[in-house]
Design a protein around this ligand. Structure first.
Ligand code: CO
Length: 296
């Protein structure tokens, strides 16, 4: 990995951590969720990066991929709130998440995912296997009698790519793939007091461009051209309606019908258990040193 890439990954990580802390400080009773996310994304630009994906806030039994539309009236009251945020500098990505408990009832669940992330970071080194890392996450969460979410996992990060191989399991799946020098990835334990398995729940507002095909409709064509400027990184309905108005939703529907998009619907615990999350981005330098780019 060249020096410039490493410096950009470090910078993206640093900015991502700052934005995570800023975002967490905005999550309060009576704050509008959509406003918090707008401010989080403004901060990313202000600090000199771009969103690697739309900032997302998932509450209670929703584990991931909730992203409100422009006019979403939701205000926080007493939810368990996870903020997932990613930034990139010229395509080099930092990805991080934190859970804020507004209810006061789920501090142990919040601690379980936090401790699992710390446990995983203690295991991460050149030669450690993915199964060992997953095992450390599983043990830390089960120690609290909660379940790690088994069908969500950490992921490799590439240049302008938010999900690359390998997957970093949240349980011991016996994967004996080893950590190697130059790897750049996110580890993200989720802890649940329910099933520990998530499923699609509701309509997607987060998408990725899968394939470009010819489109006739002029608005759809404009929207598609704009989407291409995200360089293959995920985007959300709100970004498009802000730019193109409500007709962007029709364009999105057309792109979906043409099978040009990957859609990412919200994911909720199968048994409606509460879910907490913690996430950091890690870079293994060519010297084999572990650099945690999003530790605050
Ligand atoms: Co991630």
């Amino acid at each position: 990995m060249d020096k410039e890439a490493i410096e950009k990954i470090k910078l993206a990580g640093k900015i991502t951590a700052q934005v995570r802390e800023y975002g967490a400080s905005l999550i309060k009773k009576d704050a509008l969720m959509v406003e918090v996310l707008d401010k989080v994304e403004e901060k990313i630009f202000e600090l000199g990066a771009k969103p690697a994906f739309p900032a997302q806030i998932s509450c209670n039994s929703i584990a991931a991929h909730y992203c409100p539309e422009e006019n979403d009236p939701f205000k926080f009251s007493d939810e368990l709130v996870s903020l997932d945020v990613g930034c990139h500098v010229d395509g080099y990505i930092g990805d991080t998440a934190v859970t804020v408990d507004l209810s006061g009832n789920y501090s142990e669940l919040v601690n379980a995912s936090k401790e699992a992330l710390e446990a995983a970071l203690n295991v991460v080194k050149v030669g450690a296997t993915l199964g060992e890392i997953g095992n450390s996450i599983q043990e830390a969460i089960q120690k609290h009698d909660f379940a790690p979410v088994r069908n969500l996992s950490g992921h490799g990060l590439g240049h302008y790519k938010i999900h690359t191989k390998p997957s970093f399991p949240n349980f011991n799946n016996q994967d004996d793939t080893k950590i190697e020098k130059g790897m750049h990835f996110a580890i993200e334990p989720f802890a649940s007091n329910g099933a520990g398995v998530v499923q699609d729940s509701g309509n997607a507002t987060v998408f990725e461009l899968r394939e470009i095909k010819p489109v006739r409709n002029i608005i759809t064509r404009q929207v598609l051209k704009h989407i291409a400027s995200y360089e293959g990184l995920p985007f959300c309905t709100r970004w498009l309606t802000k730019k193109f108005g409500m007709k962007a939703k029709l364009a999105l529907r057309e792109l979906e019908q043409l099978d040009m998009l990957h859609s990412h619907p919200p994911l909720a615990d199968k048994n409606k258990g509460m879910v907490s999350q913690a996430e950091h981005t890690i870079l293994i330098s060519d010297e084999g040193e572990v650099i945690v780019t999003t530790k605050s």
